[in-house]
Design a protein around this ligand. Structure first.
Ligand code: PML
Length: 241
C-alpha cells in the first residue's frame, strides 16, 4: 500500500504512508482493511493518492528469530550520530566509508527504498537511483509479537515493530554486515544500527525534529553478486518469531 498527498510520489506527490502484510487467503480482507485504516489515519493528513496491490506469493516461507534489542540514550542529534558512527565502526567499517554513506542519508528526503553500500569502499552497489531497494514479503504475526514483547518486557510502537521486522530480515542474509536507519519523518527522531552480530541497537535521538532527511543503508560484503541479495530482500517471504 502506498499513500500520498497531491498525486503519486513519482509525479511529485508527497509520500505519507506505506505498508504491507503477508497473509493467508482467509485473512486477506482483514489485512487489506488494516492498510486502508493506516493510510487514512496518518497525522500528515488524508491521502489524495492511494494505491494497494495484492500479489500471490509462491516461494517457500522462511522463519527467523527477531534480533535482540538494546537502546542507547543520546542527549542530542550530534551525539546520536557519533554513536551511530561508532556502532558501525564496531563492524569493521572505516571512518571514511561511514562518512561517505551517512552523507547520503543526511542529504536526502527522497529515499523511498534502501541504498546498498559496499562496506569496504563506500560505493553504492544497487542501481535503483532514488527509488532504492524496497524490502518486502515479511511479517510478524500479532500474537507471536505480543508474546515476544511480554517476554522481553518491551513496549514497542508500530513503527519500531516494522523496523525491527525489516532489520531482522535484512540482517539474516550473510551478505549484510550492518544496517543504518533513521526515518525521513520529521516527527520521528529515533534511529538504529542493526546487525546479526550485535542485534538491533536503537539510538534515541539521531536527528532534530523537523528534519525530513533519512532512509536506510545496508552495508554489505562485496564478495558475491548483489542480484540474489536484492531478490531475497524483495521477494523471499519471511516470518519473524
Ligand atoms: C522509519 O519508519 O522510517 C524508520 C523507523 C525507525 C524506527 C526506530 C525505532 O524506534 O526503533
Amino acid at each position: 500500500m502506498r499513500a500520498a498527498l497531491g498525486g503519486p510520489h513519482e509525479e511529485g506527490g508527497k509520500h505519507i504512508s506505506g505498508g504491507e502484510h503477508l497473509s493467508s487467503k482467509a485473512d486477506m480482507q482483514v489485512k487489506a482493511v488494516e492498510l486502508i485504516d493506516k493510510a487514512f489515519s496518518h497525522t500528515q493528513g488524508e491521502p489524495t493518492f492511494f494505491q494497494m496491490t495484492i500479489d500471490k506469493v509462491e516461494e517457500h516461507l522462511q522463519a527467523i528469530k527477531p534480533l535482540s534489542v538494546s537502546t542507547i540514550d543520546a542527549t542530542d542529534a550530534a551525539q546520536g550520530r557519533k554513536l551511530a558512527r561508532s556502532l558501525l565502526a564496531d563492524h569493521g567499517i572505516s571512518d571514511e566509508v561511514i562518512k561517505k554513506a551517512m552523507n547520503l542519508l543526511e542529504s536526502s528526503n527522497d529515499n523511498r527504498g534502501a541504498l546498498i553500500i559496499n562496506a569496504k569502499t563506500g560505493e553504492r552497489l544497487d542501481e535503483r537511483k532514488e527509488k532504492g531497494v524496497r524490502v518486502s514479503h515479511l511479517y510478524w504475526e500479532k500474537e507471536n509479537f505480543e508474546q515476544w514483547c511480554k517476554q522481553k518486557e518491551l513496549v514497542v510502537n508500530q513503527r519500531m515493530k516494522e523496523a525491527l521486522t525489516l532489520a531482522t530480515k535484512v540482517c539474516s542474509h550473510p551478505l549484510t554486515i550492518a544496517e543504518l536507519c533513521w526515518s525521513d519523518d520529521p516527527d520521528y527522531i529515533t534511529g538504529y544500527v542493526a546487525s546479526a552480530a550485535k542485534g538491533y541497537q536503537r539510538i534515541t535521538k539521531v536527528k532534530e525534529y523537523g528534519d525530513e532527511a533519512g532512509g536506510r543503508l545496508f552495508f554489505v560484503n562485496d564478495d558475491q553478486s548483489i542480484d540474489s541479495y536484492i531478490h531475497y530482500l524483495e521477494k523471499i517471504p519471511v516470518s519473524i518469531g
